[in-house]
Design a protein around this ligand. Structure first.
Ligand SMILES: *Cc1c(COP(=O)(O)O)cnc(C)c1O
Length: 371
């Protein structure tokens, strides 16, 4: 009866993922040491090729993080002082932080309360002559409404930068995340579905000129040694990170399927207890997060903490209400759906290696608290 008492379900368990790959990963890291090609090694080029193809794109450019993927995309698209970029406030900080860092102004648009993605109906009213781009975020691993967003972008001649940090392998009407805008930005932060052993990221595009610019910006804007056409930065992906990612990549689809299976199981058992994730029929969701929603969120979080069940609030404070963006003038109530979601969402463990006992324990604990 008290079987669950000693159970412990972490939010993510990267050791169970690592164990079967341990020998191969150690070997490949050793190879990088022996080759001494720590910077711009052949593994980086190989990973770029494989991930471009995986994301249905012609090109991919490895970079130092998902944050830097966003930053370098804005730089390569020549977005800066005086420009405005439209995005969602219900995302990780980097999305808006990158806009600020190139000198542009983040303009926040409220979300669709069902998918938590930017509400495309509310974008057009925020466009003015300074607007240069839209950054939709494929939040939790579900693509934003890209056809509508692209139509708006085309009408006003704006660039579209996908923040696909949580969405490697996600699909929208059969098209992959990263191929749905001008550029796609991915993160290899360890908790993403394809995680490195440190920081890393990649930018995808079908535009050759843009790819050349991204490659230049990643190395201080140089197009050949010591010749600088632009001012870029050091935004390179380490060879060791690329090597580890190449070892992990063949398992990615299997891991996605594991997450989807877990999500199906949770959906079935939790749908009458809390609001379970809503996925549009034409979307392939890869569940970087499995996020439930309930007005009793804080109570539920306490209960899960007591029961040793990992959980997290993504995101507790929408970006328009962050202190660093106070100068933009948003007040509480300005973007009500984002603010309401921030008070009601809770993400629970969804990683592919979860056992049935663990999932049942999570479900039972939630039911005990809510019913
Ligand atoms: C993780 C994440 C980023 C940033 O990626 P890093 O690799 O941590 O810099 C950006 N946007 C979103 C939506 C993310 O989830």
């Amino acid at each position: 009866m008290n079987k669950g008492r000693n159970m412990n379900v972490p939010m993510l368990d990267l050791v169970v993922q690592y164990k079967p790959l341990e020998n191969n990963i150690k070997e490949i890291v050793d190879d990088v040491f022996l080759s001494k090609k720590f910077i711009n090694g052949p593994e980086v080029t190989k990973l770029e090729k494989i991930l471009a193809e995986y994301c249905h794109c012609k090109y991919a450019v490895g970079v130092s993080s998902g944050t830097d993927a966003l930053l370098i995309s804005l730089m390569a698209l020549d977005i800066g002082y005086g420009d405005e970029v439209i995005t969602t406030p219900f995302t990780f900080f980097a999305t808006a932080g990158s806009i600020f860092r190139v000198g542009a102004k983040p303009v926040f648009v409220d979300i669709d309360p069902k998918t938590y993605n930017i509400n495309p109906e509310l974008i057009e009213e925020k466009i003015n002559e300074n607007t240069k781009a839209i950054i939709p975020v494929h939040i939790f691993g579900q693509c934003a409404e890209m056809d509508i967003i692209n139509d708006i972008a085309q009408k006003y001649n704006l660039n579209v930068i996908e923040d696909a940090a949580q969405a490697i392998g996600s699909e929208y009407w059969g098209r992959r995340a990263g191929s749905l805008g001008d550029v796609g930005c991915f993160s290899f932060y360890p908790s993403k579905n394809l995680g490195a052993c440190g920081d890393g990221g990649i930018v995808t595009t079908n535009d050759e000129t843009l790819m050349d610019r991204l490659k230049a910006f990643r190395q201080h804007g140089s197009t050949s040694s010591y010749i600088h056409k632009f001012v870029g930065g050091n935004f390179r992906l380490d060879t060791i990170q690329a090597a580890v990612l190449l070892e992990k990549f063949p398992y990615l689809e299997e891991w996605h399927k594991g997450r989807q299976k877990n999500a199906d199981y949770y959906n079935e058992h939790l749908k009458d207890v809390v609001i379970t994730p809503y996925v549009e029929s034409y979307n392939r969701m890869i569940y970087n997060q499995y996020t439930i929603r309930t007005p009793k969120r804080d109570e539920l979080q306490d209960k899960l903490n007591e029961s040793n069940i990992g959980n997290a609030i993504y995101y507790p404070v929408p970006l328009h209400l962050q202190e660093c963006f106070a100068y933009l003038g948003y007040k509480a109530g300005a973007l009500p759906e984002s603010e309401k979601a921030a008070n009601e969402v809770l993400s629970i463990p969804i990683y592919p290696e979860l056992t049935n006992e663990q999932k049942d324990y999570v479900i039972q604990s939630i039911k005990k608290c809510i019913k």
